[in-house]
Design a protein around this ligand. Structure first.
Ligand SMILES: *Cc1c(COP(=O)(O)O)cnc(C)c1O
Length: 504
């Protein structure tokens, strides 16, 4: 390679050859590699109990293991999978492990996985009806199915002025309905009123409400996170909402939005929807219900009462990617007045114009969400509903609740422990309660207990703080969890507690 000109020519030819060699979507290669990948993933699930549930790596571990730049020449799938095994999986926290009891579950399932695979395979971008009519229409249909399963009022169905849409997460769902509510009111009272709009929730409402307010330009001092009480199981009290609203109205502020929860993140508290809804009606406040985790349970008749009063709501959200066997992400949002959403979020640039959209006979989901592009996520939910059927899904939920109850019974039988909040679904809130010790010491003891069980790699749990108490959260909800995992987890708590108490 003598001159620079020769080097340039050589590189150009090399690039051309590689470009020609690259068959990025070759059907036969997909078949071969796809089978290998499915085998790899099936083996992962087969061996999932052999990994520490919580990844035990140190921050920055991967930088030390991987090169500084991408490979110039292609590498084999086998080489990549080898590195997944040795370098990536050690840095994975295994949310699908049967010994995963942290936060809330994020279910995968064969049906959800197959739907994800099909969606990746088709890989369309369904922002307008015309970009893939099936994507829009299947989404409308499965969300109507799910709405019926949850016995949501007909106003939420796509046949009327409302309807459902799949969002990425509960946080996005909350943000878009807050924007819809905000703009609806500002259209009436004028844009200058933004600083006077007030949003209500409780001190147990998910932090996504605060984030949504930040993004929507709600004045930070106009977010009311009303205090809840342990005697009330941390549910939002209608009286405190009325008081807050009256006070705000008297101060010349404009009550805008209430986010109530069915199943709060800390303790799965359920806010009294009917009473709260009556108040929002009276003051013309947008009423959103966040049932991100617990919504799934409401497909069982015996848990449906937690949604009583949902007919008062303007919007409702449940994460199918939590406890409904649909691989992340799939967050179902229903709204009664889809025009409110569309008026906030629609754009109509020339390059997206088409006959169907102009004719207003179709739904263009781009106007229901923040991004333009959207995946064919309804395939996953459709697969789950069809391949499992309602009865199996109900049994699935009931089984987790039964296992949680079993865990709760075990905790209750050990006098060294205390159940801290009444269990409603599959979350047990508990703590170690040493005799004659102050709160500060008790909190430290429970932090130590959490650290010890999590760093054992045998299980993974998370915590919360309620009324100043550091509390352990044990959530049953992983698809592979069985009775033996509950019993082993409880044994681990008992043994770890014994050694902590012995050494203190
Ligand atoms: C998990 C959860 C959320 C947030 O969920 P994302 O989908 O991750 O945004 C919001 N509210 C409640 C009650 C939750 O449990």
């Amino acid at each position: 390679m003598g001159t620079t000109a020769e080097a340039v020519l050589y590189n150009f030819q090399k690039k051309r050859e590689n470009g020609l060699n690259l068959k990025a979507m070759d059907a036969e290669q997909l078949r071969e590699h796809g089978h290998k990948m499915v085998d790899f993933i099936a083996d992962y699930y087969k061996n999932i109990e052999s990994f520490p549930v919580l990844s035990q790596v140190e921050p920055g571990y991967l930088q030390k293991l991987l090169p500084d730049s991408a490979p110039v020449q292609p590498e084999s799938l086998q080489a990549v999978l080898q590195e997944v095994q040795t370098k990536i999986l050690p840095g994975v926290t295994h949310w699908q492990s049967p010994d995963y009891f942290a936060y809330f579950p994020s279910n995968s399932s064969v049906a959800g996985f197959l739907g994800e695979m099909l969606s990746a395979g088709i890989n369309m971008v369904g922002f307008s009806w015309i970009t893939s009519p099936a994507a829009t229409e299947l989404e409308m249909i499965v969300l109507d199915w799910l709405a019926n399963l949850l016995k949501l009022p007909n106003d939420f169905l796509s046949k009327g002025p409302g309807g459902g849409a799949i969002q990425g997460t509960a946080s996005e769902a909350l943000l878009v309905v807050l924007l819809a509510a905000r703009d609806k009111v500002l259209r009436e009272v004028g844009k200058d009123a933004l600083g006077r709009l007030v949003v209500y929730g409780s001190d147990q409402t998910h932090s996504s409400l605060q984030k949504a307010c930040q993004i929507a330009g709600i004045h930070p001092e106009n977010l009311r996170l009303l205090t809840t009480e342990p005697c009330n199981e941390y549910a939002l009290s209608p009286a405190s909402l009325t008081d807050a609203i009256s006070h705000d109205v008297a101060s010349g502020l404009i009550p805008l939005f209430l986010c109530a929860s069915v199943g709060t993140t800390s303790s799965t508290a359920v806010d009294p929807l009917l009473a709260l809804g009556k108040i929002t009606k009276k003051y013309g406040i947008w009423f959103h219900v966040d049932a991100a985790y617990a919504g799934s349970a409401c497909i069982c008749p015996e848990y449906r009462h937690h949604l009583n009063g949902i007919e008062e709501a303007d919007s409702f959200n449940m994460n199918c990617h939590k406890w409904f066997l649909t691989n992340f992400d799939c967050s179902a949002l229903w709204i009664k007045d889809r025009n409110a959403l569309i008026q906030s979020l629609s754009t109509n640039p020339e390059y997206l114009k088409n006959k169907a959209s102009q004719g207003s006979t179709v739904i263009d989901y781009k106007d229901w969400q923040i991004p333009l592009g959207r995946r064919f996520r309804s395939l996953k939910l459709w697969m789950v509903l069809r391949l499992y059927g309602v009865e199996n899904l109900q049994s699935y939920i009931r089984n987790h609740i039964k296992l949680a109850q079993q865990f709760e019974d075990l905790v209750a039988q050990d006098t060294r422990f205390e159940i801290v909040a009444t269990r409603t679904f599959s979350l047990v809130c508990f703590r170690l309660l040493p005799a004659n010790k102050n709160e500060e010491y008790t909190n430290k003891l429970n932090r130590d207990l959490l650290d010890a069980v999590n760093s054992s790699g045998k299980i993974f749990i998370s915590h919360t703080v309620l009324s100043g108490k550091y509390i352990l959260r044990f959530v049953v909800g992983a698809p592979l969890t069985e009775e033996r995992h509950i019993i082993a987890a409880w044994k681990l708590f008992q043994e770890t507690a014994s050694s902590l108490l012995h050494n203190s």
